[in-house]
Design a protein. Sequence first.
Length: 108
Amino acid sequence: MRGEGSYPFGVGSITATGYGRRARQNAQSAHDMDKFTVTTLQQLQVPLGGQEIELQQIDFAAGGMSMLRVRIREGRRFTIFDLDPGTARAWGEAMARWAQAQPGGRAE
């Protein structure tokens, strides 16, 4: 049985604010969060695998924390992920420790 404002399969009715001004404002806020600027920081080419690594800074128009985007291209495939400052710092320190422990890795 279907009544006014109800849906089949046990889905409830649409709330009064579902299509109103607040919903439009929330949608606009979500849209603003999608706006960001990208600044390339470094591009690297891996000599043995041919992967291209690009480090980018992501700044959101709405403000807040900047993110470090890591883009790895392998042929036509991309791996992309965003890091917060704490994770980027920990990852960078771990990579530097590893590099220094390798033969010829210590800066003279």
